[in-house]
Design a protein around this ligand. Structure first.
Ligand code: CO8
Length: 258
């Protein structure tokens, strides 16, 4: 399918989706959110794709929801249209691992989109923020909930109430991002991480994603039970037999996703 606001490339089992509205610093409008949702569903369903990268440009991952598109909307239009909620739900349905590769601004909805991905690799130029307060609103697609879970109440309150930006170093220290690399190496690093993930059994990577996500949805006891069931169920797979046999035979495992 031809897209106008994103670029989708599939290479060596890794799909890279690049947000592509350079004139608006990749601001998230309804078209981009619709295209992103559709592209994610397509690559998630593809037999070839084993890991997904979402990225933007050197200057901006995404500078937030499109303020021009939003500014004149009424409550009724926002409530009935709900294009942000629809996109957020679509991203939440992706079962394969999704890496956000963030350079430059990840603000408002851009920060929220990065946090919807499974983990964030940031360039040293990355700037994260929830500046919606400056526009007379608040975060609307998970910022107050996810940022608080990821960096704690104090820093999350600080970000949401003052609207200040957090640089990559602070974001790594706070646990928002998993690694920070020099800007020029960002995509290499993201592709290397994706390639590492793509080597594994997709059954195991999907189970790992599902189990880690339970940690944010439920009690410790329920989460531990969910993890245990997923762990035990992997013993029904050929890939578990292959992975353990390969270790014992001192060779590389050949996973077949069975
Ligand atoms: N929306 C629309 N256009 C944008 C946006 C945006 N969020 N951000 C930048 N642009 C446009 C600018 O208008 C400008 O366009 P033009 O050249 O036509 O005037 C172009 O991108 C370049 O931007 P700047 O000239 O401003 O670039 P600077 O380098 O000077 O500044 C900044 C970069 C600091 C990123 C600045 O552009 C900025 O502050 N942008 C807005 C950031 C922001 O407030 N984001 C939050 C938006 S609200 C939100 O995300 C809510 C999400 C939840 C919604 C849920 C609904 C239910």
């Amino acid at each position: 399918m031809a897209y106008e606001t994103i670029i989708v490339e599939v290479d060596d089992e890794v799909a890279t989706i690049t947000l592509n509205r350079p004139d608006a610093l990749n601001a998230l409008n309804s078209q981009l959110l619709g295209e992103l949702s559709q592209a994610l569903a397509e690559v998630d369903a593809s037999d070839k794709v084993r890991c997904i990268i979402v990225t933007g440009s050197a200057k901006a991952f995404a500078a937030g929801a499109d303020i021009k598109e939003m500014s004149e909307k009424s409550f009724v239009e926002m409530f009935l249209g709900d294009y942000f909620g629809t996109a957020s739900d679509a991203i939440g349905r992706v079962r394969k691992p999704v890496i956000a590769a963030v350079s430059g601004y990840a603000l408002g909805g851009g920060c929220e989109l990065a946090m919807m991905c499974d983990f964030i690799i940031a360039s040293d130029t990355a700037k994260f923020g929830q500046p919606e307060i400056n526009l007379g609103v608040i975060a609307g697609i998970g910022g107050t909930q996810r940022l608080t879970r990821y960096v704690g109440k104090s820093k999350s309150m600080d970000m949401h109430l003052t609207g200040r930006f957090m640089d990559a170093e602070e974001a790594e220290r706070a646990g928002l991002v998993s690694r920070v690399v020099p800007a020029k190496q960002l995509m290499d690093e993201a592709h290397q991480a994706a390639a590492k993930i793509a080597e594994k059994s997709v059954l195991a990577t999907m189970a790992a994603k599902q189990a880690v996500n339970r940690a944010y949805e439920t009690t410790l006891t329920e989460g531990l039970m969910a993890e245990r069931s997923l762990f035990q169920s992997l013993f029904a797979t050929e890939d578990q037999k292959e992975g353990m046999a390969a270790f014992l035979e001192k060779r590389t495992a050949q996973f077949r996703d069975r």
